[in-house]
Design a protein around this ligand. Structure first.
Ligand code: C2E
Ligand code: CA
Ligand code: CA
Ligand code: CA
Length: 277
């Protein structure tokens, strides 16, 4: 028995080592990911809940490294934050998205795009300076760009983060609270936040049809959002039944595999053609 335990411990440690080694390799390869053009944005449609029409998309980053293969964002984003690489990555994302908004604007398409900011992006003035500058010189309509931030990213240093978000909102950009319901922010906090949108976390959406409790949570979150004058988005829609329920509850926008998974921009453009205007 003791021998078995020891063996599984060795295997366990070997497993840990593998994870650790991969993390070290990711850290080593991250600095050149932007320069070597290894990053790509995929776009997942955001739909109008009432009529099922496309409103825009969320930009989600993808990293394909020649040796490491495909590295998931939830694997490398936290490492990029620790290593101080996220600043460069976020700026790259912002510029790509602005570029895409210009392409759609010139094609006469009124599509909006959401992008994700990390906690580190809110810890200094750099991003707000960069983004307000980039938006102003690009000529895009700022209200077509939404910045998704999590509650925990704001709660790290609420005063400073709120001031920065206020600045971004004052140039016309929209602010969305991502993964809403998974954090610990109180209603009092919500009142103080410069925010336009609440994005209900997919953990509340995925069992909507089976769980009376989830339906109660989602219904009251939607009421709260609307009482505060905010748009409400639900993510992680995988089944039509969730759409039916959310429509009845008066949710504003939906996102999820039921409509489409995140797609490379060329495929997203193809997908758009399959949707009625
Ligand atoms: P998130 O912002 O909450 O993004 C939603 C995640 O849910 C995405 O995973 C998306 O592909 C996935 N998803 C969408 N619809 C469904 C569905 O119906 N069912 C299920 N099970 N999943 C769905 P992804 O693309 O792997 O991104 C994971 C996380 O990585 C994101 O979570 C976000 O926190 C982070 N991330 C992605 N791109 C960026 C980026 O450009 N910058 C930063 N800072 N973080 C990013
Ligand atoms: Ca997001
Ligand atoms: Ca989310
Ligand atoms: Ca998330």
């Amino acid at each position: 028995k003791a021998k078995e335990d020891k063996l599984s411990l060795v295997i366990y440690e070997a497993g840990m080592d593998e994870v650790h080694m991969r993390q070290l390799r990711i850290l080593r390869c991250l600095p050149e990911a932007v320069e070597k053009d290894q990053l790509e944005l995929h776009y997942q449609p955001k739909m109008n809940c009432a009529n099922g029409k496309v409103k825009g998309a969320e930009a989600l980053i993808r990293w394909h490294h020649p040796d490491l293969g495909f590295v998931r964002p939830d694997e490398f984003i936290p490492l990029a934050e620790q290593a101080g690489e996220i600043t460069r990555i976020t700026r790259w994302v912002c510029l790509q998205v602005i570029q895409q908004l210009l392409v759609w604007q010139q094609a006469g398409k009124q599509l909006s795009v959401s992008l994700n900011l990390s906690a580190v992006d809110l810890m200094s003035d750099g991003l707000a300076d960069f983004l307000s500058q980039a938006v102003a010189s690009s000529g895009i309509e700022p209200h077509l760009l939404t910045l998704e931030v999590t509650e925990s990213a704001i709660m790290h240093d609420p005063e400073a983060a709120i001031a920065r978000l206020q600045r971004l909102q004052s140039v016309g950009l929209r602010i969305s609270i991502d993964d809403y319901g998974t954090g610990y922010s109180s209603l009092a906090q919500l009142k103080r936040l410069p925010v336009n949108e609440l994005k209900i976390d997919r953990s509340f959406i995925q069992h909507l049809a089976e769980s009376e409790q989830d339906r109660m949570i989602v219904r009251s979150t939607l009421a709260l959002a609307h009482d505060f004058g905010l748009q409400a988005v639900a993510e992680g829609i995988e089944e039509e039944s969730a759409w039916t329920i959310l429509k009845e509850f008066g949710c504003d926008e939906l996102q999820g595999y039921y409509f489409s998974k995140p797609l490379p921009v060329a495929e997203f453009t193809q997908w758009l053609l399959t949707q009625e205007e």
